[in-house]
Design a protein around this ligand. Structure first.
Ligand code: GSH
Length: 198
């Protein structure tokens, strides 16, 4: 039986769960608390981040690897078949994610929330421009890039939802709302009891 160690609100875990759900992969869901990680999870992967996905033959402790693994099993709508998606995902995971964290936790840093937000706007601009041309990031069809990036835009938007709703980015707002209301997202946000190794 496959096992997924997960944390409901973690954007990395969300994208892994969305890919697993889309691909119809069955697994035992083990919901964890980041401040009290189960020993069994640390035994599988000592680095202590979620998601950790355990199959009969693999231990995957990078969310992108979980996504790729799932899509390589079943990919009915061809999420994997978009060129350029790795480039966009990398921009999100590297530069944008670091800026998002400073914006989200600006009280722990030197500059103001607004200054950190401004630093990250290049990525919102980039995505909004793409979404002017098609309804999803790379075409009119959902690809892995949409699902890999969406949980981070969700986080960004909810730091100050009023600002996000009132400051342009109409295409991005629409794209975000579409994914927030998707059956896939709603399904993977269902609540689970906390796993205990005992
Ligand atoms: N590169 C990893 C990052 C995963 C990650 O950083 N997850 C966070 C939660 S969103 C985590 O588990 N942090 C460990 C902690 O807070 O103790 C991936 O893509 O899976």
């Amino acid at each position: 039986m496959n096992i997924l160690y997960s944390f409901r609100r973690c954007p990395y875990a969300i994208r892994a769960r969305m890919a697993l759900q889309y691909s119809g992969i069955e697994y035992q869901h083990r919901e964890i608390l980041l401040k009290n990680k189960p020993q069994s999870m640390l035994d599988y992967s000592a680095k202590g981040t979620v998601p950790v996905f355990v199959t009969e033959n693999n231990i995957l402790d990078e969310s992108i690897d979980v996504m790729r693994w799932a899509l390589n099993q079943f990919d009915t709508d061809k999420w994997l078949q978009q060129p350029q998606q790795n480039d966009l995902i990398e921009k999100s995971d590297q530069q944008f994610k670091a800026q998002l964290d400073r914006y989200k936790y600006s009280d722990r840093h030197e500059l103001s929330e607004r200054e950190y937000r401004d630093e990250a706007l290049w990525f919102l601009d980039l995505l909004d421009t793409k979404l002017q041309q098609h309804s999803q990031l790379l075409s009119n069809e959902v690809s892995m890039a949409d699902i890999a990036i969406f949980p981070f835009i969700r986080q960004f938007a909810f730091v100050d939802k009023q600002w996000f709703d009132e400051n342009g980015y109409g295409y991005l707002q629409k794209w975000l709302a579409g994914h927030l209301h998707s059956d896939l997202f709603v399904k993977v946000m269902e609540k689970h009891p906390i796993w205990s190794d005992d």
